[in-house]
Write a protein that binds this ligand. Structure first.
Ligand SMILES: NC(=O)c1ccc[n+]([C@@H]2O[C@H](COP(=O)([O-])OP(=O)(O)OC[C@H]3O[C@@H](n4cnc5c(N)ncnc54)[C@H](O)[C@@H]3O)[C@@H](O)[C@H]2O)c1
Length: 254
């Protein structure tokens, strides 16, 4: 029996990077998927990869930091598949600057990208999950929730770190709110992961600076998207039924 067989999952930001890897891992383990992203072309390719694993997949192009598209993504899963078991709030990212130089618009952009979509999609999903007294919500935090040397020293990452600590706070509270409804709410906190986008910057830092990801990470290497997806899969599966309000670090020991 596959680990999420018969489950319906929504994954945000599923076209590329960790969202793509999480969608694929859920597909490999039997989930039916509603995938969302703003990148139409890449989303189509990601959905095809999941279908190649035998999964039934629908997609919706839209910005989940806005109320309409976030609600439509969740409602799309309910309309198409009649249920929603798993929500992966993956969308996030950063515009980095040293704190004394950070433009207000970059601060606001980062806060909105990491927190607003997570809130909107969770709010849209939980009434259905509460009614069924079942559900798994997985959010993407980061090792940055406790500060990241290679970002802080060289690029500045206070907005991003604040948001990813915010994700941890969000799942702590929402897990308590939803515990009586048997809904598990957890986060995965990746360290430096070799995605197409983040990996280029991380590899350059490895070559050029003292406080580099490899140097500061006990396992001494970048993580892979699949290693993050495996943790998300665990939290999405019944194997994690007694875990809620927890942030799992997938960060090579940092
Ligand atoms: N890659 C890492 O090393 C790393 C480390 C720690 C945490 N994270 C977190 O993991 C998550 C995924 O990171 P990633 O590196 O895969 O990012 P990425 O930028 O490679 O991919 C993000 C995906 O989300 C989509 N997207 C962006 N904004 C969107 C929006 N408003 N609405 C819908 N889709 C949108 C993009 O098109 C893209 O497909 C983020 O929350 C990130 O903060 C990543």
């Amino acid at each position: 029996m596959a680990r999420v067989q018969g489950k319906v999952a929504v994954v945000t930001g599923a076209a590329k990077g960790l969202g793509e890897a999480i969608a694929l891992r859920l597909a490999e383990e039997g989930a039916t998927l509603m995938l969302g992203d703003i990148d139409d072309e890449a989303l189509t390719a990601s959905a095809e990869n999941c279908r190649a694993q035998g999964a039934t997949v629908e997609t919706l192009v839209g910005d989940v930091t806005e109320e309409g598209p976030a609600t439509a993504l969740v409602q799309g899963a309910l309309d198409q598949f009649g249920q929603l078991d798993i929500l992966v709030n993956n969308v996030g990212g950063s515009r980095n600057s040293k704190i004394w130089e950070m433009p207000v618009k970059d601060w606001d952009y980062t806060v909105k990208l990491n927190l607003r979509g997570t809130f909107l999609c969770t709010r849209a999903a939980v009434p259905h999950m509460m009614e069924r007294k079942a559900g798994k919500i997985i959010c993407l935090s980061s090792g940055a929730r406790e500060g990241t040397p290679w970002t802080a020293y060289y690029q500045g990452g206070a907005a991003y770190s604040a948001c990813k600590a915010g994700v941890h706070g969000f799942i702590r509270d929402v897990a308590l709110e939803l515990a009586e409804y048997n809904i598990n709410v957890n986060a995965v906190a990746p360290g430096p992961i070799d995605t197409v986008k983040a990996g280029a910057n991380l590899r350059e830092l490895n070559e050029t600076v003292e406080y580099s990801p490899n140097h500061m990470t006990p396992l001494g290497r970048l993580g892979t998207p699949r290693e993050v997806a495996d943790a998300a899969l665990f939290l999405a599966s019944d194997e994690s039924s007694y875990i809620t309000g927890h942030t799992i670090a997938v960060a090579g020991g940092r």
